[in-house]
Design a protein around this ligand. Sequence first.
Ligand SMILES: Nc1ncnc2c1ncn2[C@@H]1O[C@H](COP(=O)(O)OP(=O)(O)OP(=O)(O)O)[C@@H](O)[C@H]1O
Ligand SMILES: O=P(O)(O)OC[C@H]1O[C@H](OP(=O)(O)OP(=O)(O)O)[C@H](O)[C@@H]1O
Length: 205
Amino acid sequence: MYINIALPKGRLGKKSYELLKKIGYSCKELEEENRKLVFTSEENKVRYFWVKPSDVPVYVEKGIADIGVAGVDVLLESEADVYDMLDLGFGKCYFAIAAPKGWKSTNRTLKIATKYINYSRKHFEKIERKVELIKLNGSVELAPIVGLSDAIVDIVETGATLKENNLEIVEKLEDISARVIVNKVNYKFKNETIEKVLGDMKGEL
Ligand SMILES: Nc1ncnc2c1ncn2[C@@H]1O[C@H](COP(=O)(O)OP(=O)(O)OP(=O)(O)O)[C@@H](O)[C@H]1O
Ligand SMILES: O=P(O)(O)OC[C@H]1O[C@H](OP(=O)(O)OP(=O)(O)O)[C@H](O)[C@@H]1O
């Protein structure tokens, strides 16, 4: 029986694959530089999907992938109905509200630019703060600099991007790291195989 694994392109993909390779799920064709998106190893009974990080929860929730790797930011934003089974301990960063240095909050409706609309909406509803959310897809720090927004909700790792753009953290929010997520139905039907992968990954952390 094959195990289907959705790996995120970008920061987390390579590290995730190296871990899986260590526990016996190597896949030669995935290691070659190419534009392919599906990689199969007959020998190790594994199929990898090379996925945009924000799409990993979709492939796992719909059961196309048994297992996936996604950051907590992506899980919180996607609200995917999956099992969050293992913290991989890398990809560490955190959500924060940030604004231009010296910015002072006011009672008027704040304009908040972010990639993470669902996450941000839930946060401000929780603290009963009225905001206007502006969806961006990247380089979010630009928004308050050019007057598109008052502040942002974005990921912070080292703080370098904020610092270089004269922004500062107003409030630190959830911690983020890479997580192994599992399809709820497939977890039942492929329990032994999935549990072995999770156990072996955990053993390597
Ligand atoms: N400095 C960082 N910036 C963004 N993501 C980070 C950072 N550090 C760790 N991560 C983690 O890496 C994951 C993937 O980030 P990456 O930059 O590779 O893709 P992305 O551009 O955010 O994905 P997408 O193209 O789907 O928007 C993030 O979801 C987050 O969990
Ligand atoms: O605290 P730092 O170490 O500066 O890292 C945080 C920055 O890294 C990410 O940007 P990325 O380079 O992924 O580009 P993006 O803004 O298009 O997502 C994130 O969106 C922040 O901008």
